[in-house]
Design a protein around this ligand. Structure first.
Ligand code: 3HC
Length: 686
């Protein structure tokens, strides 16, 4: 056998074990091993039944994602499945870890499935812009019916072994720790029975035949969530085929629909994001062997929106938090908001009341930072003002124990300047959360000039522990995500003085795939909040002067009715026109959507290139992950840098030069962008 497989026969039961770290992905070596293994099991008359099991941390985690987009090598998964299906004796899949995608599909081609209670199974291909292309869209509906299949395949959500047993996706639960023995015992009980095949079942799909309403209603209900993604529609079509067509024709249809998705930009972008999310942890001068500092207790300074959200992240994973405020009222308010958030989750069935209480019991609300003398990590989340931060850090330097990590959640300020007020700058780091801090998956880990590599490694690891994706940044104004996205905001503000209306600008951004445009966002957050620290006169400032604060009061860029439905605002239009006049900016009328998009987003790309040039960000994919996870940049575009590559860098440089000639140096293309464009290279594809 190959080096990833071992085959033994124990008293009539053939046991094929595959062990291909890290996750037994179904790459060429594994496929060969399965193909050879099943062929020799078929030929061995002593074998009456077969157990297929994996070594290491999991059953097959799916097709090898890194192979997509390159020439397929035989045996294909289809060849392997044919060998399994035609082996002529019952096959039992023994599942531990996560049987995902092609992994679950492999289990579904077996005749029986047994799993340990901690196992999970699912078809998450949708997250890669794909559909389960190895029979999953045809077999799962035959077991659970099309309604549940639609839910599971479109959400990509894995289910527990217990749920899988209830649905009939698996046939039995094994004991934790004795999967192999239990699977062999199970195989003995079925060795003499004719093999059961999922493909032969019809009872769960037959009732839906000739009833397209299920699918049309599902499409309608989810239209907003599916916007811009290609995979959901193809998944629906494939499940429709499972209901309407004989099995083999359904499989052909599934393959057609899969092959439409695989080369699409959307799927390429989502696969890139899958690896990009994992890549962020790789830091050249902070090797994975760097020792980390145990963090068993946390102190958070500031119980406002950010502080409260940050606190929840730690409570969620069982780490106690000492939450500090200046006065009792603010502290009580902060704690009450945390409780309310948890109780809302409980109402939605996401938490039990016991879990809510368990988490709340981990908060220790206190007045004054003296209580932080013994915590392992302090995160300061107070008002964004340098003087206040410096005062807090010099106090912390006196109070915090030696070996405590001192972190700031600042969004824009110079962390080195903050660190300099302490006698231990190597222990100071930025941990920049995005609002809402308990929801958004980005955590920018900002390394100061003197931050030690142990502290950086701890920040990166802790982020994963609380379910975030850490992106490392060096110190600069706004770090990565805020710095690049500020360019979009600046251009939006400039554009509305030249002719395009806020609604035209917002529509272009919405059509690109964002949940809303910059002006809708400003109105939602509140114009008083957005324009707070701007000394210059702005349109937003003029709106605030008229007490137009956004959705919450009198409208902002838009007018709103009682149900907060937005309409274009004549008052705002007048304010914008007056402002433009005062600035001497001529209204040049409408612009095309393409022009508006270039004007808003090419400067973002350019700023991303500058981050790379300056060494603020380590790699283009880090910038993309920060944008996707911090700003909900549509993942199917791959983020600004990946998207720029799909647009073509020479086109972007040419446009930036045109803007530079018209508007000045803020559009000057970064040297890296120009170099890559000239050399025919890209940010993300080498
Ligand atoms: N192909 C290639 N590499 C994979 C992989 C896959 N399917 N799944 C994981 N890896 C790699 C990761 O990139 C990572 O590599 P690195 O160490 O070099 O960064 C390594 O394996 C470990 O992965 P994680 O860090 O994610 O490990 P976790 O233990 O946190 O999670 C997991 C394990 C839940 C299996 C998670 O890796 C995962 O969700 N994998 C993807 C599952 C998936 O989407 N499967 C469907 C694939 S598409 C398919 O099957 C098409 C079919 O229908 C035809």
């Amino acid at each position: 056998m190959t080096n990833v497989a071992s085959l033994t026969v124990e008293d009539g039961i053939g046991i094929l074990t595959i062990d291909s770290p890290p996750v037994n992905a179904l790459g060429i070596n594994v496929r060969r091993a399965l193909h050879d293994g099943f062929n020799s099991l078929a030929a061995d008359n002593a074998v009456k039944a077969i157990v297929l099991i994996c070594g290491g941390r999991t059953f097959f985690a799916g097709a090898d994602i890194s192979e997509f987009g390159s020439e397929p090598v035989r045996p294909h998964l289809g060849d392997v499945f044919e060998a399994i299906e035609n082996v002529g004796k019952p096959v039992v899949a023994a599942i531990h870890g996560t049987a995902l995608g092609g992994g679950l599909e492999t289990a579904l081609i077996c005749n029986y499935r047994i799993a340990v209670p901690s196992a999970k199974v699912g078809l998450p291909e949708v997250n890669l812009g794909l559909l389960p292309g190895a029979g999953g869209t045809q077999r799962l509906p035959r077991i659970v019916g099309p309604e549940i299949a639609l839910d599971l395949i479109i959400s990509g959500r894995p289910i527990s072994a217990k749920q899988a047993l209830e649905y009939g996706v698996i046939d039995a639960l094994a004991e934790e720790g004795t999967l192999r023995e239990d699977a062999i015992a199970f195989a003995r009980t079925v060795a003499d029975k004719p093999p059961v095949r999922v493909r032969d079942r019809d009872d769960k799909v037959a009732p839906y035949r000739g009833k397209p309403e299920l699918f049309s209603e599902f499409r309608k209900k989810n239209a907003r969530a599916f916007r811009g993604f290609k995979a959901p529609e193809n998944i629906i079509k494939a499940i429709e085929a499972a209901v309407e067509l004989p099995f083999d024709e359904g499989i052909e249809r599934e393959m057609e629909l899969f092959l439409e998705l695989e080369p699409s930009i959307e799927s390429q972008a989502q696969r890139y994001a899958f690896f990009g999310e994992r890549e962020t942890s790789k830091i050249p001068d902070v090797p994975s062997s760097t020792p980390t500092i145990p963090v068993k207790s946390v102190g958070v300074i500031g119980a406002g929106t950010m502080g409260g959200g940050i606190t929840m992240n730690f409570l969620n994973v069982g780490i106690p938090v000492t939450l500090v405020e200046m006065n009792q009222a603010a502290l009580d308010r902060g704690v009450a908001v945390i409780r309310k958030n948890y109780e809302n989750s409980a109402k939605k069935g996401k938490l039990t009341i016991e879990q809510v209480e368990k988490r709340m019991a981990l908060v220790n609300p206190v007045i004054g930072i003296e209580a932080l003398s013994d915590v392992d990590l302090v995160i300061e989340a107070v008002f964004e003002e340098m003087a206040i931060k410096k005062e807090i850090f010099s106090k912390l330097d006196r109070i915090a124990k030696q070996g405590a990590i001192l972190a700031t959640n600042t969004s824009f300020l110079d962390i080195d300047e903050i660190a300099a007020v302490t006698g231990r700058p190597e222990w100071v780091i930025g941990l920049h959360f995005f609002s809402p801090a308990n929801v958004m998956r980005l955590l920018e880990v900002v390394r100061g000039e003197k931050t030690s590599i142990e502290v950086i490694a701890t920040g990166m690891k802790l982020a994963r522990q609380i379910g975030k994706v850490p992106v490392l940044s060096r110190v600069c104004w706004g770090f990565i995500a805020n710095r690049i996205m500020a360019k979009r905001a600046i251009q939006g503000d400039a554009l509305i003085l030249e002719g395009p209306t806020p609604q035209e600008v917002d529509k272009v951004i919405y059509d690109y795939g964002f949940a809303m445009g910059p002006f809708q966002m400003s109105d939602l957050v509140g114009l008083d909040v957005i324009g707070r620290d701007s000394a210059e006169r702005t349109v937003a400032g003029d709106l605030v002067k008229l007490d137009r604060l956004g959705q919450k009061k009198n409208g902002g860029y838009y007018d709103y009715d009682e149900s907060r439905k937005a309409t274009p605002s004549p008052v705002a239009a007048e304010i914008i026109a007056d402002f433009a006049k005062a600035k001497g900016i001529e209204n040049k009328g409408k612009q095309s959507d393409e022009e508006i998009l270039a004007r808003l987003l090419y400067p973002v790309v350019n700023e991303g290139a500058k981050l790379l040039d300056e060494g603020i960000a380590l790699r283009a994919s880090d910038i993309d992950m920060a944008s996707i996870l911090g700003y909900n940049w549509p993942v199917y575009t791959g983020g600004p840098m990946f998207w720029a590559d799909t647009v073509g860098l020479p086109k972007i440089v040419a446009k930036l030069r045109e803007y530079e000639a018209k508007y000045g140096a803020e559009f000057t293309a970064s040297p890296l962008l120009v170099k890559l464009a000239e050399e025919g290279k890209s940010f993300t594809r080498g």
